[in-house]
Ligand binder design. Sequence first.
Ligand code: NAP
Length: 460
Amino acid sequence: MTTDDSVVVRSPFDGHEIGRVPSCGPDEVQEAVAVARAALAEPLAPWKRAEILDAAAEAMVRHRDELAIIIAEEAAKPIKTARVEAERTVITFQAAAVEARTLVGEIVPVDGAQPGEGKLGFTLRVPRGVVAAISPFNFPLNLVVHKVAPAIAAGCPVVLKPASQTPLSAIRLQEILMDECGLPPGWLSIVTGSGGTVGDPLVEHPDVAVVTFTGSPEVGWSIAAKAAEKKVGLELGNNAPVIIEPSGDWETAASKISVAGFSHAGQSCISTQRIYVHRDIADRFTDALVPKVEALVVGDPLSEDTDVSALISKGETERVKGWIDEAVQGGAKVLVGGDLEGEVLAPTVLTGVTADMEVCRSEVFGPLVSIISYDDLDDAIAQANDTRYGLQAALFTGDLDAALRAVHELDFGGVLVNEVPTFRTDQMPYGGVRDSGNTKEGPHYAVREMTRERLVLIQR
Ligand code: NAP
């Protein structure tokens, strides 16, 4: 949507201006929803939706490098990680194209009851209506695609509100979809503005049927309360635990965690945060992890060497630094990092943390992991489960019995064995319990959230 007012978007790394976007308000929200409603009145056939989504997947390959630079600049995501994000959108669009081609209802055996004799029953999956999509800063492109692609597959026009810090990759995506992929006008509108200014009128708009939100639990649950009569899908935070058993491949675990705890400076909802290591291997695991974290390169997100760059704002840097200081005052020990390198918080490993410290009980969303040793698997599972969150958890073990116990007893949306909790591919069902949310994303699942089943009954 356009308006004469604009706001400056700045690099979180060094503050330079990287773009300007319209400063939208309630009027632009009204306009965007009206345009989306008009688009809904001219449905796209499923084959056409699939064709657009396939074209989008191909366009994402062509535009990978350009989109990666935008992501790196607006989110301070190291360029090599930003490239991976841009590449992942290809799979997300491809998976949504499959859904567009194959989405069906089901046969209902109405003649299984005597009154249904002579009747044929089945369901159709029909679009729920206009989708309001609200996305966070940490995956400014792929998490937008996780909302837009299934909505197109479902036949639902979208009004998107991207995070205020990271609107530029979403805007470029919209241009590419319309200019190169055949997405008709009205199928994707973007309203840029703060959560309070455009978010509230968007989620409360009577013509919005579905709200799909990814972000913090505080904002997510407040949206669910404001939009009680709508279909609301929430993908929220986490403080992901991993348990490492003595029989597990702890060297592989250390290698993977040196990436999984620090990718995009830990600003991922499934960033590995709490590491429960059996006491018998705790020293060896720590000795394997610490040098790998020490070797991470801190710096400019546009440099090919950089592993860890700035957090999204100075305020976030101060918050995480404050949590580290509080932990140290409470008896935790810094094994590496713990302070700023220039303006960037250094990758940090803590030990000696307790369950009541913020670094353990809350979502850190920063470049920080904590090592906590345990003696007994029961205790480790209980500690991993002792959280308001429940997105993904993981266990490294060579013992089938321990693996089976973990998959049954870890109370999370996903449990991964011999992999970090940070693993995700874009077609898998992804979502949490408790304060991690109430839905599953992944195109197959999101399309079902954005459509509803209509029963059809035919008398022979
Ligand atoms: P956030 O502060 O909750 O913001 C998320 C989005 O909500 C932004 O677009 C924000 O807009 C908007 N918003 C804020 N107030 C609003 C309101 N009153 N009405 C409507 N929208 C409003 O989260 P964030 O800091 O961007 O992202 C970090 C959080 O996202 C973490 O907790 C992380 O774990 C979670 N996350 C979860 C997943 C998942 O799949 N489960 C994936 C990624 C991230 P403004 O930018 O204008 O404030």
